[in-house]
Write a protein that binds this ligand. Structure first.
Ligand code: FUL
Length: 510
C-alpha cells in the first residue's frame, strides 16, 4: 500500500499541530526580541480569533459529530441460528437462509422515523461470513442459497440510505473466527484489507467504519475448532496503515478506535463529564472510555453503542425485551446529550424486516424527539453577556442566531462569564442545550444554569462540568423522566471554569 503517514494519520497530524504550536510560540518569542528587524505574519490576527486549545477535531470528525444519531444492523447467519457470535460452528454458508430478499428499505425507513441520520451495516461479524459477494474468502453469499446469492446487504442498505439523504457506514469484524489465515500476516494483508477495500470502494460515500475490539481467541479456523489464536490487538491489524488506506478511499470516513472511541459500556450512556480529549493508552486509565481525558492530547470523541432489545442479533424471544420509546429517549439524552454520538441497533429478523415492537419504539422515539427537542424557545431571542471578546464579531447574539459557525467568546484569560437569554415570554422549560465551538477545542470545565420569571430572582436549574459538541441539561441533570419543567422567561448560564476563554455557538431552550 502506498501511504503518506503524515497527511492522513490524525494522530501524527495532531502531534504535528502540537509541534507547530510549540515552534510558533518559540517563533513569537524570538521575533518579539528582534521586533525592529522582522514584521512577523504570525502575530497578525485582525479578526481577533481566539487561539485553539488543543486537541482540535479534523473536518471529518466535525462532520461525524454533526451526524449525532444513527442506526446499526446486526443481521447474518447468527439471525438464523439464534447466536450472538457464531464462532463455535463449522462455517456453513447455507446457514444464512433468507426466504426472500430482505427489505432493507424498511430498515432504513424505520431508522429515519426515529430521527436517525445514517446507518452502519454489519457486513461481516465475528463468524467471518461476508454479506456481499467478496473475492476475499469463499465464506460469503457467493456460495450461499439461491436467494442469498442474489442479496448484497451493503449494496441494498447504501442505496436505501442514499434515497433518504442518510449517511452510510460499515461494520467489519477484524476478528474472524472461521478464516484459516487468522492470526497470520496473510489475513491482515490479503483477507481483511481486501474486504475493507471492497466495502470502501463499491458502495458510495461512507461516514464511519466500525472495527470492534472483540476477540474471543477461539474459532473454527477452517477445521481446527476452538483453537485459541490470540493476537496483539495493538499491533496485529497495523492500524496506522489501515487508517491511511481508508482515508485515501473514503476521505470523510472516521475509523473506530482511532478517530472516535467506544464509550466503555453497551448500556447506552456516556459520562456526565465527557471529554473528547483522549490518549491511545486508555486501557491503563480506569473509566477513561466513558468520560474521556481532560488533558488527553488526541481528539477521539465518544460513541455510545446500544441495543433496542437485549441482544445484537434477533431472536423471537428477545422481542419481548424491546425498550420503550421513553427508555430510548433517555438513552438519547445520556449520549447525544452528553457530548457523544449514538449508534442504536435495529436487528432485522429471519423475514428480513425489523420486527414490529422495535419499529413501534423507534417511531415513538422519533415523535418524542420532535415533541421535546425541536421547538427552540431561544431561537432568535435577545441575549446578553457579562463579557464579550473585543474587538471582533463575538457578540452574545451569535448564540441564538441559528448559525453554528458564529460564536460568542470572551477576551483571552477571562474564564468565567454569565449569559442571559430573554425568551420574550414565560415558558415551561425542560431542557437547556449548550454547544461549544469545538473547532477551537473543548474548553468549558464547569457551568450552572438558573432561570427567572422577572430577571431579578433566580432559581437553580442544573449544574454541569464540561460541554463539548453538545450537552443537553434536564432539570437537575435528571434524565429519568420528562418531569414538570420549570416556568421562566429568562435563562442564565454561568460559566464557572474554562481552560481558556469559553466559546459558545448555540444555546437552545426547550
Ligand atoms: C461487540 C460484539 O462482540 C457484538 O457482537 C456486537 O457486534 C457489538 C456492537 O460489539 O463487541
Amino acid at each position: 500500500m502506498n501511504i503518506d503517514r503524515t497527511t492522513h494519520n490524525p494522530h501524527l497530524m495532531q502531534k504535528k499541530q502540537f509541534k507547530h504550536l510549540l515552534l510558533g510560540t518559540f517563533f513569537i518569542i524570538s521575533v518579539q526580541s528582534n521586533a525592529q528587524i522582522f514584521k512577523p505574519q504570525i502575530l497578525d490576527n485582525p479578526e481577533n480569533i481566539p487561539s485553539p486549545v488543543f486537541p482540535v477535531p479534523t473536518e471529518r470528525q466535525m462532520q461525524w459529530f454533526e451526524t449525532e444519531f444513527y442506526g446499526f444492523t446486526h443481521y447474518g447467519p447468527n439471525t438464523f441460528v439464534g447466536r450472538e457470535w457464531g464462532n463455535d460452528r463449522k462455517p456453513d454458508p447455507m446457514e444464512y437462509n433468507p426466504a426472500s430478499i430482505p427489505d432493507c428499505d424498511q430498515w432504513i425507513e424505520t431508522m429515519h422515523s426515529a430521527g436517525m441520520k445514517g446507518a452502519v451495516v454489519v457486513c461481516k461479524h465475528h463468524d467471518g461470513f461476508c454479506l456481499w459477494p467478496t473475492e476475499s474468502t469463499d465464506f460469503s453469499v457467493k456460495n450461499g442459497t439461491e436467494i442469498a446469492r442474489k442479496v448484497n446487504i451493503p449494496k441494498l442498505v447504501s442505496e436505501a440510505c442514499a434515497k433518504r439523504g442518510m449517511k452510510f457506514g460499515a461494520y467489519i469484524s477484524p476478528w474472524d473466527a472461521s478464516n484459516k489465515h487468522y492470526a497470520t500476516q496473510e489475513y491482515v494483508n490479503n483477507v481483511l484489507m481486501k474486504q475493507i477495500t471492497e466495502i470502501c470502494t463499491d458502495y458510495g460515500d461512507m461516514f464511519e467504519i466500525w472495527f470492534d475490539g472483540a476477540n474471543g481467541g477461539g474459532g473454527y479456523y477452517g477445521g481446527e475448532a476452538m483453537t485459541t489464536r490470540t493476537i496483539n490487538k495493538a499491533t496485529y491489524y497495523d492500524w496506522d496503515n489501515l487508517l491511511d488506506s481508508i482515508h485515501k478511499m473514503q476521505p470523510n470516513c472516521v475509523v473506530w478506535g482511532r478517530e472516535y472511541r467506544w464509550c466503555g459500556n453497551e448500556d447506552g450512556y456516556s459520562g456526565k463529564e465527557c471529554w473528547s480529549n483522549f490518549t491511545i493508552d486508555e486501557i491503563t486509565i480506569e473509566g477513561a472510555n466513558n468520560k474521556g481525558i481532560e488533558d488527553g492530547i488526541f481528539f477521539i470523541p465518544s460513541e455510545v453503542d446500544v441495543r433496542t432489545t437485549s441482544k445484537w442479533f434477533w431472536t423471537k424471544d428477545d422481542e419481548a425485551n424491546t425498550k420503550s420509546a421513553e427508555q430510548l429517549f433517555r438513552i438519547y439524552l445520556e449520549s447525544v446529550g452528553r457530548n457523544a454520538n449514538l449508534i442504536m441497533n435495529c436487528a432485522p429478523n429471519t423475514d428480513g424486516i425489523i420486527p414490529e415492537p422495535v419499529v413501534n419504539s423507534l417511531e415513538g422515539l422519533g415523535k418524542l424527539l420532535d415533541k421535546r427537542l425541536k421547538k427552540d424557545f431561544a431561537a432568535g431571542k435577545k441575549v446578553s453577556a457579562t463579557q464579550t471578546r473585543n474587538p471582533g464579531n463575538f457578540n452574545a447574539s451569535n448564540i441564538t442566531d441559528g448559525d453554528k459557525d458564529t460564536y460568542w467568546a470572551t477576551n483571552d484569560g477571562e474564564k468565567t462569564a454569565s449569559i442571559t437569554i430573554d425568551l420574550g415570554k414565560t415558558r415551561t422549560i425542560h431542557y437547556v442545550m449548550l454547544q461549544e465551538y469545538i473547532r477551537l477545542g473543548q474548553r468549558i470545565k464547569g457551568f450552572t444554569i438558573e432561570t427567572s420569571k422577572d430577571n431579578t430572582f433566580w432559581t437553580p436549574f442544573a449544574t454541569g462540568t464540561t460541554v463539548g459538541y453538545k450537552r443537553i441539561m434536564a432539570k437537575d441533570d435528571n434524565t429519568e423522566s420528562y418531569g414538570e419543567g420549570q416556568k421562566a422567561r429568562y435563562v442564565r448560564i454561568n460559566i464557572t471554569d474554562s481552560k481558556e476563554c469559553p466559546l459558545i455557538h448555540t444555546i437552545s431552550v426547550y
